[in-house]
Design a protein around this ligand. Structure first.
Ligand SMILES: Cc1cc2nc3c(=O)[nH]c(=O)nc-3n(C[C@H](O)[C@H](O)[C@H](O)COP(=O)(O)O)c2cc1C
Ligand SMILES: CC(C)CC(=O)C(=O)O
Length: 339
């Protein structure tokens, strides 16, 4: 196998499927209900066409960018995904090392299998912390304080989960989530598992469904266009189809990021062309971790970086600043051109 490494994210997905117990693979791969949005997150990228430019000197390609004042060698960030022990015994420690070796920012999930402190001490990197707001605000507050004292640089507040979406594979599999080492204090909570998925019962018992726009009064330094990897509201739009509208509304006030369905460097390119400052990838890194541990997670990030570099060169873009709206043609563009 080591002589015959996967050459793209899809091959990592196949390896992960072979390596993982069904319950774990279904949890990682699955989306809500009919999985319409899950398919659309990917299919919508397929409907965006690139417009190449030739005869540009692309002997040097610079993929670097900045976010909230931090330098990144490429616009690819590791999205927060919970329960990495499902994929590998080293869990988030391995993912964090993989991200650090690529100098990529990793967003650590509130549902991580390993403690914030263990992940932070596993390697040196810029890390953001993803926060769920629990019914007991002091639980969230303690997480924030711990992340802060471990040197995490920003909070990513997840606001699309007043309750968990219906992931039918998890319900069928009676999905049991590895206990999150950070949420010891919630262990004694009475979780109703009659609905099937233990994670769903846990979310219902602990997440605060009353979170409202008041939460943004504190101010935000960025916006992420996300549908939670199509795991929440099925029939929500594909994120890449919603990106441009959000970018226009935000009007440069803060950077806009996007996640969901990114499987190729060309997808990253398309997201940047439509106004994203950076992108986050969830399942691809999880699949890499499941297939080959830290090396697999690192390889996934490296492959996406490599693909982005080629896409930039073939589109005649030497830096991410040179990626413009005119490098892509969306379905909307095509329809407008026919009118
Ligand atoms: C297995 C899995 C677990 C996730 N766990 C979390 C989580 O704990 N917190 C969160 O904010 N988002 C979570 N997400 C959503 C991701 O942050 C991200 O929005 C999504 O994975 C992007 O789509 P992609 O997987 O197609 O890249 C999770 C997604 C997956 C697939
Ligand atoms: C509730 C979290 C622990 C995991 C999550 O957000 C997810 O599975 O999508």
């Amino acid at each position: 196998m080591e002589n015959n490494l996967p050459v793209n994210v899809r091959e990592y997905q196949e390896l992960a499927k072979k390596a993982l117990p069904k319950m774990a693979y279904d949890y990682i791969n699955g989306g809500a209900e009919d999985e319409h949005t899950l398919r659309e997150n990917i299919a919508a990228y397929g409907r965006i066409i690139l417009r190449p430019r030739v005869l540009v000197d692309v002997s040097k390609i610079d993929m670097s960018t900045t976010l909230l004042g931090y330098n990144m060698p490429s616009p690819i960030i590791v999205a927060p995904t919970g329960g990495h022990k499902l994929a590998h015994p080293e869990g988030e420690k391995a993912t964090a090392r993989a991200a650090a070796s690529c100098n990529a920012i990793m967003v650590l999930s509130s549902g991580s299998s390993y403690k914030i402190e263990d992940v932070a001490s596993s390697c040196n990197a810029i890390r953001f912390y993803q926060l769920y707001v629990y019914k007991w605000r002091e639980v969230s507050e303690r997480l924030v304080r711990r992340a802060e004292s471990c040197g995490f640089k920003a909070l990513v507040l997840t606001v699309d989960t007043p309750m968990l979406g219906r992931r039918e594979a998890d319900i069928r599999n009676k999905m049991v989530f590895p206990p999150s080492a950070n949420l010891e204090e919630l262990k004694k909570i009475n979780v109703d598992t009659t609905g099937g998925s233990q994670l769903e019962g846990f979310a219902r018992a602990t997440l605060d469904p009353s979170l409202s726009w008041k939460a943004v009064e504190a101010g935000v330094a960025g916006v992420i266009v996300s549908n939670h990897g199509a795991r929440q509201l099925d029939y929500a739009p594909a994120t890449i189809a919603a990106l441009e509208e959000v970018v226009k509304a935000v009007a440069g006030a803060v950077p806009v990021l996007v996640d969901g369905g990114i499987r190729r460097g060309t997808d990253v390119f398309k997201a940047l062309a439509l106004g994203a400052r950076a992108v986050m990838v969830g399942r691809p890194v999880f699949f890499g971790l499941a297939a080959r541990g830290e090396a697999g997670a690192r390889h996934v990030i490296e492959m996406l970086n490599g693909e982005l570099e080629v896409a930039m060169a073939l589109c005649g873009c030497r830096s991410v600043g040179e990626i413009t709206r005119s490098h892509v043609m969306t379905e909307g563009d095509r329809i407008r051109s026919l009118l």
